[in-house]
Design a protein around this ligand. Structure first.
Ligand code: SF4
Length: 189
């Protein structure tokens, strides 16, 4: 496959190898609940657009999950428009750009919301569990938690990236799509 594009059949594998925790969490919640509230749909949807999921695949992706919960008809009526909209195919045809870390970190998820930055918005217990599922060892986990305590969320994410990839990330993480492309570059070397 070409660099800079993902297709639906690759998605489960690239989630595990190359999604930052914020997006991995949204993806897993969507698979589990077959639903995400608006903030989560925007954060994950625009990220997926940024990693190269085309509109047809995006529609198929959201339809497959949402139709299990709300039914196909309701999906087509209430949600499909928004997917097309975020690809600039409806309304004012604005081509929306994926959210930066700063925007995500400053977001304010409410009850039932799954968006946001886990380094900022998760409880310590949930963050530790998530890092362990990502394969971060206990020593690196302590380094990550240290950054979190000092409110250096992007540095915490950078350390996670380095622990998982076994490689320095000199630029630091400042955008979920940058995390993804830096990761893919390593795996495709
Ligand atoms: Fe996502 Fe950025 Fe937070 Fe990492 S630092 S989890 S990429 S928002």
């Amino acid at each position: 496959r070409e660099y800079g594009e993902i297709s639906l059949k690759d998605i489960d594998q690239v989630v595990k190898s190359s999604f930052p925790l914020c997006m991995r969490h949204l993806f897993e919640k969507l698979r589990e609940d077959h639903h995400l509230k608006h903030g989560g749909r925007m954060q994950l949807g625009l990220f997926l657009k940024g990693v190269g999921l085309n509109l047809d695949d995006a529609l198929a992706f959201w339809r497959a999950e949402f139709s299990k919960k709300v039914g196909l008809e309701k999906f087509e009526k209430e949600y499909a428009y928004n997917v097309r909209h975020s690809y600039g195919k409806e309304g004012k045809r604005t081509d929306y750009t994926p959210f930066s870390c700063q925007k995500i970190i400053l977001s304010t998820p409410g009850a039932g919301d799954q968006h946001g930055c886990p380094y900022r918005h998760f409880s310590e217990e949930n963050l530790r569990a998530a890092l362990s599922r990502m394969g971060v060892n206990s020593r690196a986990t302590e380094d990550v938690m240290n950054k979190v305590r000092n409110k250096h969320y992007q540095l915490a994410c950078t350390l996670t990236f380095e622990a998982i990839h076994g490689m320095q990330c000199d630029a630091g993480i400042n955008h979920p799509n940058q995390y993804f492309s830096d990761s893919q570059k390593i795996f495709q070397q």
